[in-house]
Design a protein. Structure first.
Length: 198
């Protein structure tokens, strides 16, 4: 299991009307080795203690219990997200957006995909950790039905900050499917989801 599950940076708070036109479509594809150079570049920009190439390679080799995707625009990796599956739960292990691409709904698209993939995998609940100070991310997660259920003291030791543990329960329900559909419908443009296997 990954020791340091994280997903604590600004995924993109997305004000109303941001980038409503003009941007090329965002394509989601399964993360592959060829994407890792771009992923590591973003890691270095957004995390104080980025994951290593070795760790990502290890995660990508655990296909039965992990699901990693990248968001691309015109072939450029602009964000990525990962999830770990265990029993009837899915854990968002990472979610990051290139700072140059914030406020373009990429974090929303990645989280929506991961939630749908978790449902397709048979997960009933979805969890993640977020920094106590990252209010923008917490607001995004609440849109997806996440609620705070605990605190992990000094979870982000490199910055001496606690994590809020958030859960979205019953993601296998029709109500949650409707929530995801509403979130996707509110995006200014459709997401091209080319992930062939969940």
């Amino acid at each position: 299991m990954v020791e340091r599950l994280r997903h604590d940076e600004q995924p993109d708070p997305e004000p109303v009307g941001a980038t409503a036109g003009g941007d090329p479509p965002i394509q989601l594809v399964r993360m592959r080795r060829r994407h890792l150079r771009s992923v590591l570049r973003i890691e270095g920009q957004v995390y104080p203690r980025p994951w290593s190439l070795t760790l990502y390679m290890s995660e990508l080799n655990l296909r039965g219990s992990r699901h990693y995707v990248v968001a691309r625009c015109d072939g450029q990796v602009v964000g990525y997200a990962g999830a770990l599956y265990a029993a009837d739960e899915a854990h968002i292990t990472t979610l990051a957006v290139d700072p140059a691409w914030h406020r373009r709904h990429i974090g929303t698209r990645l989280l929506s995909h991961q939630a749908a993939a978790a449902r397709a995998h048979g997960s009933r609940h979805l969890t993640l950790e977020v920094r106590v100070s990252n209010v923008a991310a917490q607001e995004l997660y609440r849109r997806f039905g996440f609620e705070p259920e605990g605190i992990r003291k000094n979870y982000y030791a490199e910055v001496h900050e606690d994590a809020i543990v958030m859960w979205a329960r019953n993601i296998d329900s029709d109500e949650y499917a409707a929530r995801l559909a509403a979130i996707d419908a509110a995006l200014p443009s459709p997401t091209v989801d080319d992930v062939t296997e969940r």
